[in-house]
Design a protein around this ligand. Structure first.
Ligand code: 13P
Ligand code: SF4
Length: 370
């Protein structure tokens, strides 16, 4: 049963102003000579500060390359969390959005966690204010509270489980099989997809990713007609009309793996276009086509690139290491209260690798830190 009882109507208004603010903060790409010097400086600073760079696939390609060239990782949310927790470095630099930095700090309170720009956030996080979420939970004490990783530490502090796109389906299926009803937040599209796949009783928060919400079902149908041999790869955050056309639905790592392993020559990809950097590196012979965000029904708020991910740049990386800016703090008791739902997910994933590996209407095995 799907019930959408909580309507967070302020999301568009607050989100829009913050989107403009985020784009205005995106640093200009440096000229080639300066770019090489910045990268060299970043490498030197990472080594000097015993720091490791943990980057998401959506950030600037130079940051992804720097992470891989210096022993860091480029990964999805789940792998970023595991990598940061397990790495011996005293400082983690998280190139991504704030919830990723907070998750790293919650898991590793003794490490210093820095971000190139601390204001890099996420529309799902913005759309789920802790006080209103707490009231929602209080009103439904009979449900297991399952939150997507893309939420604040304070929201996680109220949750029984945190999930990422890699393991959300397996964990909700597990809870459903145990007879639990679920309170889900904040992504309504991911929640609907999980509900369809598992049949679980889910009460949904009404949030959305401003990037993935822009993919258009009708225009995707037309594009598929022009590329009938192409495989369609979709992150689970877009609307139903887009996910329904997918050959593979999965996390960013899972979509990358689908391109690397796939037999097709052409791939239509419905996720943030920062993903194409790593896909091109690992599958150079394949043709990658962006799924449409524009068209007759478009409002084009995002054009398939996350403004907050775009705020991450090499300039910010060197600045945070030079000055100690962008440090993540998660005060107690929020940190220890939020830790429980993250550790529960990590323990489930460690104990059930096959649950995540099993194809689920196109889900493919998690790739790890590719
Ligand atoms: P992944 O965990 O699949 O990388 O997703 C994170 C995200 O923010 C997608 O928009
Ligand atoms: Fe959040 Fe969407 Fe950006 Fe991912 S792409 S960080 S879900 S706004």
């Amino acid at each position: 049963m799907t019930q959408v009882l909580f309507d967070y109507t302020r999301q568009d208004a607050s989100g829009a102003s913050r989107i403009e603010h985020a784009w205005a903060r995106v640093p200009l790409a440096p000229p080639p000579a300066e770019r090489a010097a910045l990268k060299a400086r970043a490498k030197e600073l990472l080594a000097r500060h015993d720091a490791v760079l943990v980057a998401h696939y959506y950030v600037d390609g130079d940051l992804q390359d720097l992470a891989l060239e210096t022993g860091g990782c480029v990964a999805d949310s789940l792998e970023m969390a595991r990598f940061g927790r397990d790495h011996a470095a005293r400082t983690l630099v998280v190139a991504g959005v704030r919830f990723m930095g907070e998750t790293a700090k919650i898991l590793s309170p003794a490490k210093r966690v820095l971000m190139p720009d601390l204001e890099a956030t996420c529309s799902l996080d913005l759309g789920c204010p802790p006080d209103e979420f707490a009231a929602f939970c209080d009103a439904h004490p009979d449900r297991k509270v399952v939150v997507y990783a893309n939420t604040s530490a304070a929201v996680k502090a109220r949750a029984d489980w945190m999930v990422t796109s890699s393991c959300a389906l397996a964990i909700v299926r597990h809870l459903h099989e145990q007879g639990h009803k679920v309170l889900w937040a904040p992504d309504k599209h991911l929640g609907r997809y999980i509900q369809e796949q598992t049949g679980a009783d889910m009460l949904m928060w009404n949030g959305a990713c401003i990037v993935h919400d822009e993919f258009k079902g009708l225009e995707l149908e037309l594009l598929r007609k022009q590329h009938p041999q192409a495989l369609v790869l979709v992150h689970p955050e877009p609307p139903q009309a887009v996910v329904a056309q997918a050959d593979v639905v999965g996390s960013t790592s899972q979509l990358l793996k689908a391109v690397v392993d796939g037999q097709a020559r052409e791939y239509i990809v419905a996720t943030d276009n920062g993903m194409f950097h790593r896909m091109r590196q690992l599958a150079p012979g394949k043709t990658l086509i962006e799924a449409p965000t524009a068209g007759k029904s478009a409002t084009c708020k995002s054009c398939a690139h996350c403004p907050w991910m775009a705020m991450n740049a090499t300039q910010g990386l060197t600045a945070c290491l030079e000055t100690g800016s962008g440090e993540i703090h998660v005060p107690e008791p929020t940190r220890s209260q939020a830790l429980g739902c993250i550790e529960r997910m990590l323990a489930f994933v460690a104990a059930n690798p096959s649950a995540i590996a099993q194809p689920q209407r196109g889900f493919v095995r998690n790739l790890g830190s590719a």
